[in-house]
Design a protein around this ligand. Structure first.
Ligand SMILES: NC(=O)c1ccc[n+]([C@@H]2O[C@H](COP(=O)([O-])OP(=O)(O)OC[C@H]3O[C@@H](n4cnc5c(N)ncnc54)[C@H](OP(=O)(O)O)[C@@H]3O)[C@@H](O)[C@H]2O)c1
Length: 282
């Protein structure tokens, strides 16, 4: 089967590109700021399944650019899902913990009420609603704290800062599960197959790495596994102001993904040392 993936250069898309049955579309082939074009491409290429791994992911930028973020994260996935529904093709959409307000200290279940704190979360929630409304065979996978050797992410930022800094102050009151992009790609690919074969159920699912930690804990583990001599001091979010407010609690209850698709949460610490070594040589 041919799995059509929107996105080619992003963290998750690059990992999906390793699968032999996947065809990735870059921005020049499919621009999500033109949602109708995305629907037309699906109708023309007639894939067996579609995964949307492209998005407006600049969380702070979205505060100034909510109209564009909403077209890319809201209207485009809705148009893709509608085309898929009309053709009877399964559709997998990637979403985010930022649809929640971050209250509490337990893992959000997929049916928990959404309440985004900012423009990015609102735009992603609009995408979720559009996918559900299309009424096709869909799965929405909410994930969090994505990292990989490519793109912009916390792991690469920490390794870069460690080149020049011996001490760093890192936020320690936001808690979440760092999630390798490769594990997300594997999950999305398996879900597309599961939906196509009828072995997995339509719905919203959660997927993030384990154990759940603070950004400060994540940084400390990165420095330990990469052998960098950097000491970290935990600080509250108020001492690291950003244009967009971040949820304090990004824990996701991932049980239903295991029950429906047999997909387990990855331990994000496994293989982190090798990933750090690979990033050094890039
Ligand atoms: N990163 C995280 O921590 C995180 C957390 C939770 C959920 N997510 C979700 O996970 C998914 C994958 O994220 P990621 O981290 O892999 O993304 P990423 O590395 O930031 O890459 C974003 C991708 O979207 C593409 N894109 C942006 N605007 C586009 C447009 N108008 N037309 C076509 N393509 C466009 C980019 O292409 P260009 O290179 O051409 O710009 C790039 O390939 C997204 O749905 C994101 O919302 C991410």
């Amino acid at each position: 089967m041919t799995v059509l993936v929107f996105g080619k250069t992003g963290q998750v898309a690059r990992e999906l590109a390793h699968y032999s049955d996947v065809r990735c579309l870059d921005r020049a082939e499919a621009d999500l700021s033109k949602p109708a074009q995305c629907g037309r491409i699906i109708r023309r290429l007639k894939p067996a399944a579609v995964i949307n791994a492209a998005a407006y992911t600049d969380v702070d930028g979205a505060e100034q650019d909510e109209v564009l973020a909403t077209v890319i994260n809201g209207d485009a996935p809705a148009a893709m899902a509608l085309a898929c529904a009309q053709m009877g093709v399964p559709f997998v959409q990637i979403s985010t913990d930022y649809v929640f307000d971050g209250a509490g200290s337990t893992g959000f279940a997929p049916d928990h009420k959404t309440c985004p704190l900012g423009a990015y979360g609102r735009s992603k929630r609009m995408g979720e609603r559009g996918v559900v409304a299309a009424g096709g065979t869909y799965a929405i996978l909410r994930t969090a704290w994505v990292f990989s050797r490519h793109g912009t992410n916390f792991l690469k930022t920490m390794l870069r800062l460690s080149e020049t800094r011996e001490q760093l102050s890192i936020v320690n009151d936001q808690i979440g599960g760092p999630t390798p992009a490769a594990a997300i790609a594997k999950a999305c690919h398996a879900m597309a197959g599961g939906l196509a074969s009828g072995s997995g159920r339509v719905g919203i699912y959660h997927f993030s790495g384990t154990p759940e930690v603070s950004w400060a804990d994540f940084a400390a583990e990165i420095f330990a596994q990469s052998g960098r001599q950097v000491t970290t001091t935990g600080i509250p979010s108020q001492e690291y102001p950003t244009p967009a407010k971040r949820p304090l609690n990004s824990r996701l209850n991932c049980d239903s993904l295991q029950e429906q698709f047999g997909i387990l949460r990855p331990d994000w610490r496994a293989g982190l040392d090798q990933l750090c070594a690979d990033i050094e040589v890039i």
